[in-house]
Design a protein around this ligand. Structure first.
Ligand SMILES: Nc1c(C(=O)O)ncn1[C@@H]1O[C@H](COP(=O)(O)O)[C@@H](O)[C@H]1O
Length: 162
């Protein structure tokens, strides 16, 4: 596999159930990526070194998923100028509203592109990362376009099932 362009990180292995959906999209569109558990709370030094070295290692986008007090996406965004896409993982206690608000309410100057809670959000994160890369890599652009066309075709044909 060629060098990863996307870094998919998550606060815990328990987030994989959600974050695998971002990876499935990257697999489908043949976007090279790496995946790793990194936590702002539990492995702060690793989080710093991961974010600081990401650009030099060739990554172009970071997808960061976390649940509850989801500080990981924002803290990574604070340590790199790569675009960071935050995925709010659905928490048990508050259904992911805590994750969403922790990720989306960034202070001015340090943006995190926040997607919806859970599986659909993780899929969109994979797509958004691919669309960012499509500006630079024509193969990815073609794959993104083809996927869009397939969705449109499926919806147009869906009336036939009614
Ligand atoms: N929100 C964060 C961070 C962080 O933001 O750095 N690190 C772990 N966590 C979250 O804690 C939740 C419970 O984790 P465990 O299942 O390991 O107890 C996970 O959803 C994880 O993302």
């Amino acid at each position: 596999m060629s060098k990863p362009l996307v870094g998919v990180i998550m606060g815990s292995t328990s987030d994989w159930e959600t974050m695998q959906h971002a990876c499935n999209i990257l697999d489908e569109l043949k976007v090279p990526y790496e995946k790793k558990v990194v936590s702002a709370h539990r492995t702060p030094d690793l989080m710093f070194s991961y974010a600081e070295s990401a650009k030099d290692r060739g990554l172009k986008v970071i997808i960061a998923g976390a649940g509850g007090a989801a500080h990981l996406p924002g803290m990574v965004a604070a340590k790199t100028t790569l675009p960071v896409i935050g995925v709010p993982v659905q928490s048990k206690a508050l259904n992911g509203l805590d994750s969403l608000l922790s990720i989306v309410q960034m202070p001015g100057g340090i943006p995190v592109a926040t997607v919806a809670i859970g599986k659909a959000g993780a899929e969109n994160a994979g797509l958004l990362a691919s669309q960012m890369l499509a500006n630079q890599f024509s193969k990815i652009d073609e794959a993104v376009q083809a996927r869009r066309e397939a969705i449109t075709k499926r919806v147009l044909e869906s009336s036939e099932d009614l």
